[in-house]
Write a protein that binds this ligand. Structure first.
Ligand code: NAP
Length: 259
């Protein structure tokens, strides 16, 4: 299967490299900024471009990995290229509907790798769930095959399920990571080594591998240690928003045990 990759950001970069490593040819790489397209294309022996009009119709699959808000415009522009209308086109978004591509192509779908990708981080693809869906069963088989060639976990997930999964993904990953950042700001302010908290962070994640998170909760909110909670809130006043967030999360934890 020959592929055209549209987007050389965090996802495009890692997906492109993985496909290349598995011997699946990526012919052309598009990115809005030419240097980004060139950077990836050089690594995976593809042709770079920053012009959607330069993408040809010789590939079997077109993967759109641009930011959510740009997917539709990119799909529309791409559909105007010669011979493109009948091509299989998918996007990689957790949140966007497959229909935004379906408006412009008769064969469309999703190829969503459920992981947090950053260009600066090496990533192991083997266990990344690849959520696939298409409007044609023949194409679904193709996407399943492609998914299986880069990961051991491939699942057929429809638009509704994927949107829900994405909400949960934002909560467990984006919000948690933001809380790590807030914790780091506190240690920075007080000139304490943030690394001292890293074994705790690691254990937080390791624990839930074999136990439900609800059973692993510890801390003053779980114990309802009011004196400690008040002390923390008093200290946090020096950071804008922190007392509000602390109160909100404390209440959320306590509510979880009231049922
Ligand atoms: N990052 C993740 O962890 C992750 C995980 C799963 C799925 N996804 C999904 O994968 C897609 C790409 O995410 P990403 O994190 O790779 O994004 P990203 O790193 O911000 O890269 C976005 C790509 O879109 C291009 N782009 C941005 N605005 C554009 C516009 N207005 N018109 C055309 N191209 C534009 C960028 O071009 P230049 O930078 O070259 O200008 C770049 O190639 C999104 O749909 C996202 O929801 C992301």
């Amino acid at each position: 299967m020959k592929i055209t990759l549209i987007g050389a950001g965090n996802v495009g970069y890692h997906l492109g490299k993985r496909l290349f490593k598995k011997g699946i040819p990526v012919r052309q790489v598009y990115s809005r900024t030419l240097q980004n397209a060139q950077f990836l294309a050089k690594k995976i022996k593809a042709t770079p471009t920053n012009k959607l009009a330069e993408l040809d119709s010789k590939s079997d699959l077109y993967i759109i990995a641009v930011k959510d808000d740009a997917i539709e415009t990119v799909a529309k522009t791409l559909s105007e290229n010669i011979g493109m209308k009948r091509k299989l086109v998918v996007h990689t978004s957790g949140a966007a509907s497959s229909e935004i591509v379906g408006k412009y192509f008769s064969k469309f779908g999703v190829f969503y790798p459920l992981q947090s990708f950053s260009k600066v981080r090496k990533i192991r693809f083997t266990n990344i769930p690849i959520c696939v869906d298409t409007n044609k069963s023949k194409d679904l088989k193709k996407l399943l095959k492609l998914g299986k060639s880069i990961s051991n976990k491939v699942a057929i997930i429809n638009d509704k399920e994927r949107a829900i999964l994405h909400v949960a993904a934002v909560i467990v990953n984006n919000f948690t990571n933001h809380l790590f950042h807030l914790g780091q700001q506190i240690t920075k302010e007080e000139q304490i080594d943030f690394d001292l908290l890293k074994p705790l962070i690691e254990e937080t994640v390791l624990k839930i591998a074999n136990h439900p998170p609800i059973e692993m909760q510890t801390g003053p909110a779980r114990r309802n240690d009011q004196k400690t909670i008040k002390k923390h809130l008093k200290y946090l006043k020096k950071f804008p928003n922190y007392p509000h967030l602390y109160t909100l999360l404390t209440k959320s934890i306590q509510d979880a045990y009231r049922r």
